[in-house]
Design a protein. Structure first.
Lengths: 341, 327
């Protein structure tokens, strides 16, 4: 009961307010609408442009001008449309893989492979078709905003198709080794061709960088290739071994040679000095001999015979025919010496 | 009365505005358009650069009365009577399914191709094709055929030469475009093959072949390494032998010189009295003989006085050479 009563009361209050409102709307309504329209037109006649943006101004759908200065600009309200294009920011496109979750401070980036895209034919031109898996990125940005907006239906999609075409038609004429070890060759071959295609297509895109990240082979081939790397290292190792051998043997030989020659010089010095000494000794002796030949000779003879007799075992042969050998008992050592000599 | 007049006025204003709006149309930068009057095409709006091609195409297709407008933007038409049809003027991309092709030497390659094309003549396009889906079907028929025919004439390696395929496609593109423009109002700017792969069934064979090929290269590298080592080693050995032999030779020469020198030195003074020298040297030899058993005849000169010393007797030394020694 009380609820109903209060409701009735409320209705009355609202009715009174509505009447007041209507009066206000009739007096202030048109003014508010006009103010709103003016505000809309004013707002619609200015636009802001950031440093990295260019604006393409369309008048009735036609390109009227391209504005490159950043800041505040005016346009004809309602008639001019402004399309802003970022011409500074660099975009990446990945080939053969995709970044699924970008790396952050706490998380390592996650990638997924796109094998059908990555798998390319190498060395086809030599009738030596081989397969490699390639992963690369390109960086590009918008260089011509009008072309970018109005010339190509799907600039990025077109870029991807052209990229795949250019990569494949570049790498197909490389050898396996070139593809594997000289990634910069791939980059240098892809970039100008891709840029050329983008110009032909009027895509308004500029290719800034082509960077081959990785060139791999199929599993078994990769294993064989690793072995080949090892074999290559073996070959280089052998080459180094040979050098090492040369480096040790030649100095040794030179040392040996020097020693031989120096020894010979030493021998010469000794022999010549010995000869000189002998001559000096002989000359001294000879002077003595000239003075007193017989005495010197006798003294010499006695000295040497004394030494001779005391240094050796002397057997005096008193037999007439000198046949004492037949009866003499030689010791074993003497016989041995005699036989071996 | 006053209220009815107000309503009529409002209706007229609204109709007038509607008619005004309906008599204007905008062709955007990336559009081409045709204007029809009760279904009959009167005007065509295209880019300035395409005017000549479109004019020629209209003549060829017997539409000489259609007016070609080469400015985009705001245009007028008769309200309610004229209708406008717009098509995209952008380059559209056609992509094919994966197709298996055979080269001239019977090798199979899986390819995917793409083409960049656009609506050149909206009149013919509007009549014969009408929308993007149909346009892609035409591409499927014409571009696909052109690529397949080109690939079939090439050998496998030619298919992969740097420019052979693209030049072949370029040469066929003009004929293709003539037909496409005339019949469908479409113009192809580029045909490319974005994907070339071996059929999956061939991959394991190729993998095996590649691995074998590389293994061969490994073996070759190892053999080369061994051979290089042996070569280098024998060169080193030869150099060593040369160095040492040369030194041996030099040493021998030096020693021989020394010997000659010493003989010369001896000669100079020994020539004074060779006999005395011989005596002295022999005495030295006897002195140096040690530890041997020597047989001496008892008539040896050394024993001359063993039986007593007769007066005036001289010792004899000439028999020394008759010594017999056993070392």
């Amino acid at each position: 009961m009380s609820q109903q009563f209060y409701n009735k009361d409320d209705d009355n209050v609202v009715d009174i307010d509505m009447k007041a409102m209507r009066k206000k709307i009739f007096t202030f309504g048109p003014i508010i609408i006009i103010v709103l329209i003016i505000a809309f037109v004013l707002l619609n006649s200015i636009y802001m442009l950031e440093n990295r943006e260019n604006a393409v101004v369309l008048r009735f759908g036609r390109v009227n001008e391209v504005v490159t200065d950043p800041g505040l600009h005016f346009k004809v309200p309602l008639i001019d449309q402004v399309a802003k294009v970022d011409v500074r920011s660099i975009s990446n496109m990945e080939y053969g893989f995709r970044t699924e979750t970008p790396g952050t401070e706490t998380q390592v980036a996650g990638y997924s492979e796109h094998e059908a895209e990555a798998r390319i034919i190498v060395d086809g031109a030599n009738n030596n078709a081989s397969i490699a898996l390639i992963e690369l990125i390109i960086q590009y940005r918008v260089s011509n905003p009008v072309d970018y907006l109005f010339k190509v239906d799907d600039p990025e999609g077109t870029l991807r198709l052209a990229l795949e075409d250019v990569i494949r038609s570049s790498v197909q004429s490389f050898t396996l080794d070139e593809a594997k070890t000289q990634k910069e060759l791939i980059d240098a071959s892809v970039l100008p061709k891709l840029q050329q295609k983008m110009i032909e297509y009027e895509s308004g895109l500029e290719i800034i960088l082509v960077g081959t990240q990785n060139v791999q082979f199929l599993e078994n081939v990769e294993a064989a290739y690793q072995q080949k790397e090892n074999a290559n290292q073996y070959k280089n190792g052998k080459r180094e071994d040979a050098e090492k051998y040369n480096n040790t043997v030649i100095p040794q030989a030179q040392a040996e040679a020097t020693k031989l020659v120096e020894d010979a010089y030493a021998y010469r010095a000794e022999v010549v000095a010995g000869a000189n000494a002998g001559v000096a000794e002989f000359n001294a002796l000879y002077r003595e001999y000239i003075n007193n030949p017989d005495i010197l000779k006798e003294r010499y003879y006695i000295d040497s015979m004394t030494a001779f007799l005391s240094n050796n075992k002397i057997v005096v042969d008193g037999t007439a025919e000198g046949e004492i050998y037949k009866f003499y008992n030689f010791d074993d050592a003497a016989i041995k010496q005699s036989v071996t000599n | 009365m006053k209220r009815i007049a107000g309503i009529v006025f409002a209706v007229v204003i609204v109709l007038g505005l509607f008619a005004l709006v309906n008599s204007l149309y905008i062709v955007r930068e990336d559009e081409v358009a045709i204007v029809k009057t009760f279904g009959k095409i009167n005007n065509v709006i295209i880019a300035f650069d395409d005017a000549e091609d479109v004019n020629n195409n209209l003549k060829r297709n017997n539409y000489p009365n259609i007016r070609v407008i080469t400015e985009k933007g705001l245009h007028f038409k008769r309200p309610f009577i004229d209708t406008v049809e717009r098509y995209s003027a952008k380059y559209l991309t056609y992509t094919s399914n994966t197709e298996l092709i055979n080269t001239n030497d019977e090798r199979r390659i899986e390819i995917e191709m793409y083409a960049q094309y656009r609506v050149l003549d909206p009149v013919v396009f509007g009549l014969a094709v009408g929308n993007k889906v149909e346009a892609n079907k035409r591409m499927d028929e014409y571009v696909y055929k052109t690529v397949i025919n080109s690939a079939n004439t090439l050998k496998f390696d030619e298919f992969f030469y740097q420019n052979t395929l693209s030049e072949l496609l370029d040469s066929k593109k003009d004929a293709l475009n003539e037909q496409l423009v005339a019949e469908y109002g479409l113009f192809v700017t580029d045909i490319g093959i974005n994907r070339k792969n071996f059929p999956q069934s061939n991959v394991s064979n190729i993998e095996e072949k590649m691995a074998k090929e590389i293994e061969k290269e490994s073996e070759k590298l190892i053999a080369e390494g061994d051979s290089e080592y042996i070569k280098a080693q024998s060169i080193t050995d030869r150099q060593r032998a040369e160095i040492v032999s040369k030194a041996v030779e030099n040493a021998a020469i030096i020693k021989a010189d020394a010997d000659a020198e010493s003989i010369r030195i001896y000669q100079e003074s020994l020539q004074k009295d060779l006999e005395f020298f011989q005596f002295i040297k022999r005495m030295e030899i006897y002195e140096n003989i040690q530890g041997s058993t020597i047989f001496l005849d008892n008539d040896n000169a050394i024993f001359n006085f063993i039986g007593g010393y007769p007066a005036g007797m001289q010792p004899v030394v000439s028999d020394v050479e008759e010594l017999e020694t056993i070392e």
